[in-house]
Design a protein around this ligand. Structure first.
Ligand SMILES: Cc1cc2nc3c(=O)[nH]c(=O)nc-3n(C[C@H](O)[C@H](O)[C@H](O)COP(=O)(O)O)c2cc1C
Length: 249
């Protein structure tokens, strides 16, 4: 099996990176578009019920109301709410033998995704960069400077992000999955990150907050900010979170 950097999975990651120079010349790829909905005109259509006689009202509302939120109230995020989002992302929720299971699934229970947070405005926490210590349900403080502006700039200057209470930054430690699954492991790392982000978006909704998933960023700038090498570990995904403007506010 090829070493990490020679795998097609890793090369795909490298080939799909954004940087400030190459993005200038980027054009839409010469790939024809296709419709958003796949239709089966000859098939008979069986309408589905839109109400459920389960105890489902809360989860239905959370799923129904989730929208990517790009405007946030300036008041700090409650620390308990922030901790709840972290728990929803990757908190330990079970154990079987030596396996510690988490709130989100992971292929082979290998958990190749690391969570970092750029804290801008969370009650009781100094602004700065933190790493989520899953094992101890704690935060490792990495810097004591507010990096909200730098993070927003590294995310193609999406300025709304600098107003978010916090920005989650998810990285992959590829070897964790690829030493077992080879190229397919890269697919699993990306899928794991999607699960984690979605849990955070729903958890945010549950505490009258909201978030926006972020896939547009200059990879090497975020890697530099997190002081990771982009090879053994590299940025995959991000999400801003903050308090919602509720009706009547
Ligand atoms: C993989 C992925 C990457 C995204 N990247 C960005 C982004 O960089 N900036 C942004 O404003 N929204 C981003 N979004 C949010 C989408 O624009 C949004 O999900 C879509 O418009 C549907 O709207 P909704 O989330 O409110 O349902 C991203 C969403 C996904 C799933």
């Amino acid at each position: 099996m090829p070493e990490l950097k020679e795998t097609k999975g890793f090369q795909y990651l490298e080939n799909s990176r954004f940087d400030r120079t190459s993005i200038q010349n980027q054009q839409r790829p010469a790939i024809a578009r296709v419709e958003t909905f796949k239709r089966y005109p000859p098939a008979s259509r069986i309408p589905l019920p839109r109400t459920w006689s389960l105890d489902e009202e809360r989860i239905t509302l959370l799923l129904q109301n989730r929208r990517s939120l790009r405007k946030y109230r300036s008041e700090p995020l409650n620390l308990e709410h922030f901790a709840f989002m972290l728990w929803a992302s990757q908190g330990i929720t079970g154990q079987a033998g030596s396996y510690l299971f988490r709130a989100t699934p992971s292929a082979g229970a290998l958990y190749p995704v690391e969570t970092y947070i750029s804290v801008h405005s969370v009650e009781g926490l100094d602004a700065g960069l933190y790493h989520f210590d899953v094992e101890h349900f704690a935060l490792d403080r990495l810097t004591d400077q507010d990096k909200a502006e730098d993070v927003a700039q590294a995310c193609l200057n999406q300025t709304f992000m600098s107003q978010a209470a916090a920005v989650f930054l998810w990285t992959g430690v590829f070897r964790r999955a690829m030493s077992k699954y080879g190229d397919r492991g890269m697919r699993y790392v990306l899928l794991d990150a999607g699960h984690i982000c979605q849990n955070v978006m729903i958890a945010a909704e549950a505490v009258d907050c909201g978030g926006c998933p972020i896939g547009a960023f200059y990879d090497s700038e975020l890697n530099q900010l997190l002081q990771i090498d982009g090879e053994e570990e590299s940025i995959l995904y991000a999400a801003s979170v903050g308090r919602k403007f509720l009706k009547g506010n």
